[in-house]
Ligand binder design. Structure first.
Ligand code: SF4
Length: 246
């Protein structure tokens, strides 16, 4: 790999401090430009394409500038895992600064996730699963389901074997798609599940109450994230789980 002087990252932006990107930590967030997917609800459309090449060392200085305010770095986008070399270099640089590292990903680059995990460069993965597997080809126009399934499998194994400290599956949920959650929860298995309120156009978003009713069907605790309610663990209807009424 090139060193930080020569290596460039297609840069999407930098947030010096965030308290929402990694539960329980103050972090800085580095956005990578570019994503092969086009979700209609994407909130970062401005950085899905285009070019803004920066030296890795310049971005490292940004991370360093957040100093004692943070204990970790989140790599987001766009799709950070599309840029293996600069992502690996920045993750290594963050570790050298004593910071924990996390990535938010759509999972379409399993080789990058594998590289980060096998080299001990990443501490946390938040993997978006956007629908039940059968619906993936219709969502993206191209069939990326195999890649996402590989990412899920390798992250879950690494997490359960202790090679990845934190792993969660994130579902951005829209009204009318509630039934997908049980399929996704089953595919995810014994890892944390986050139900995130989807907001798109004039479609009324699911409320906290709606999401809690969906979570009740999952059969284990779920983290719920909404604009109005913030983010919290929902323990659900334990009596029904115990009785097997799922
Ligand atoms: S995968 Fe993420 S960054 Fe890419 S279009 Fe969808 S929401 Fe936006």
């Amino acid at each position: 790999m090139k060193n930080g002087d020569a290596l460039k990252v297609n840069f999407g932006g930098f947030v010096p401090i965030s308290t929402v990107d990694w539960p329980g930590r103050a972090v800085c967030t580095v956005f990578f430009r570019g994503c092969p997917v086009r979700c209609p609800y994407c909130q970062n459309r401005a950085i899905l394409g285009g070019t803004d090449l920066r030296e890795v060392n310049e971005v490292r200085s940004m991370i360093r500038s957040s100093g004692f305010l943070i204990s970790g770095v989140i790599f987001s986008g766009g799709e950070a895992t599309a840029q293996l070399e600069p992502l690996a270099a920045l993750a290594a640089a963050a570790h050298d600064l004593g910071l924990a590292t996390g990535v938010q990903t759509n999972g379409v680059y399993p080789a990058t996730l594998s590289h980060l995990i096998e080299n001990g460069l990443i501490d946390r993965v938040a993997l978006d699963i956007k629908a039940r597997w059968e619906r993936y080809p219709n969502l993206f126009g191209v069939d990326l389901v195999t890649e996402v399934q590989r990412s899920l499998a390798l992250c879950r194994s690494a997490f359960l074997e202790g090679r990845l400290k934190e792993f969660e599956v994130v579902v951005t949920l829209f009204r009318g798609c509630e039934s997908d959650v049980q399929y996704i929860a089953k595919a995810a298995g014994e890892v944390d599940l986050v139900l995130q309120q989807g907001v798109q156009g004039k479609l009324p978003p699911l409320t906290d109450h709606d999401l809690q009713r969906v979570a009740d069907q999952v059969g284990h605790r779920v983290r719920i994230r909404t604009r109005t309610g913030g983010e919290y663990w929902y323990e659900g209807n334990r009596d029904r789980w115990i009785a097997g009424e799922r």
